[in-house]
Ligand binder design. Structure first.
Ligand code: FEO
Length: 405
């Protein structure tokens, strides 16, 4: 049996997707899980389903516990297809008495599946239902990360079923945070936040404030992806508080691509200047790094430095890719600069600088263009760029910490 009882009479019955590697642009090289939860009470309730292709895994898991026909309620916390793709088949099989969803969820379900015969019941923040021994309270989380998103809170179990929130893409046989290596756990959670939720950070802050205001106590957070936070749910809540505040450290990410290593020489010179100032720096050549790993590094980096040579009066395609992706995810409160080599026309650096400005990244050092191959002397301004940004980072973080540097 592949199910796990996460609380008394509450079972994980989801599916592990060992094979997925791309989640609309986000590299999920460890696969993922689609978590669904079956609550066995006087009313039997299934919270969320799984993607269409893994429907039989979900059904197999439910069958191992009960006859699926005994399910009374379905709760649809989120309509995105990874959680609802198997919903039509499950509804046809189960014939549930009621399907609970948010008002936006109702619209989304109809727009996705075009079924008007489903017994949909809208619930809003503050609404609750009884399952018998336990109740379910609903908390709408609009735009976290879809308009329909909501979470379900079971106070008798101090359990928050958090939909996409607090999730991560990691296919494992283990179901709980304390069964996994802590560093990898938090890194995967950070990657998920950086690639899915960063742009919604102001809403995450509001949600965390609302949870505090409502006085919700939870000793378990069960997301729809990845491990369940059992050992210390406060740890992931604290991480979300930090990430959503866009607090960064004195760290710089140099994101670049290069044709014949001239721009790469410049990147390394900028990097050496940062190191001289004692700043943590990452060199990320877009030829070898995935955009979603770059975003993970950006999550706690105050400085974003871009480099590209000029190609066909523009920038290299992989730089255009990361800039488009980063713009959508809206990192805030960053500083940056741009550099690049060129052969004759040299537009790339201007394009990179404009991209930084469009992202409201404060350009704090003069852009640098170098014609053809730089020698040691020509690289000095790049070293100085790194030093200048390094000093600013140290100064900013010292100021934030109450220092006077
Ligand atoms: Fe995991 Fe927004 O779906």
């Amino acid at each position: 049996m592949a199910t796990t009882e996460i609380k008394k009479d509450i079972h994980w019955v989801g599916a592990v997707d060992w094979n997925i590697r791309d989640f609309h642009g986000y590299s999920v090289d460890k696969g993922t899980t689609y978590n669904a939860y079956l609550v066995l009470d006087e009313k039997v309730a299934l919270f969320d389903t799984v993607k269409k292709e893994l429907k039989s895994d979900l059904l197999h898991n439910i069958h191992s516990l009960i006859d699926p026909g005994k399910i009374d309620y379905l709760i649809v916390n989120h309509v995105e297809m990874d959680h609802s793709g198997s919903l039509p088949a499950i509804i046809d099989l189960v014939k549930p008495e009621k399907i609970f969803c948010s008002p936006a969820g109702r619209k989304a379900l109809i727009e996705h599946f075009h079924r008007t015969d489903w017994p949909l019941v809208e619930v809003k923040t503050g609404d609750s239902i009884s399952l018998g021994k336990r109740t379910v309270h609903f908390l709408e989380t609009r735009m976290l990360h879809w308009p329909d998103s909501m979470m379900s809170y079971l106070p008798e179990d101090k359990l928050l079923i958090s939909s996409d929130g607090f999730g991560q893409h990691w296919a494992t046989s283990e179901r709980f945070d304390d069964e996994l290596e802590p560093g990898e756990l938090m890194l995967n959670a950070a990657k998920y936040y950086a690639n899915i939720l960063l742009l919604f950070s102001p809403l995450v802050q509001k949600l965390l404030a609302k949870v505090k205001e409502m006085g919700l106590e939870f000793d378990m957070i069960a997301p729809d992806h990845g491990p369940i936070w059992r050992s210390n749910p406060a740890r992931i809540v604290a991480a979300y508080e930090q990430w959503s505040s866009q607090q960064c450290r004195d760290k710089a990410v140099i994101i670049y691509d290069s044709m014949w290593q001239s721009t790469e020489k410049m990147a390394k010179a900028v990097y050496s200047g940062l190191l001289k100032e004692g700043v943590h720096a990452r060199l990320m050549n877009m030829h070898n790094n995935h955009r979603s790993d770059v975003m993970t590094e950006i999550l706690d980096a105050r400085a974003i430095i871009l480099g590209s040579p000029t190609l066909n009066n523009g920038i290299l395609p992989k730089m255009a890719d990361i800039i488009t992706y980063m713009k959508g995810l809206k990192p805030k409160g960053r500083i940056g600069a741009a550099f690049g080599s060129y052969g004759w026309s040299g537009e790339a650096v201007k394009i990179l600088t404009t991209a930084l400005e469009e992202m409201n990244i404060e350009v704090v050092a003069e852009s640098i263009r170098i014609k053809n191959v730089p020698d040691h002397e020509a690289l000095k301004p790049c070293v100085e760029m790194g030093e200048k940004i390094g000093r600013l980072l140290k100064g900013k973080n010292a100021a934030a910490a109450g220092g006077d540097a």
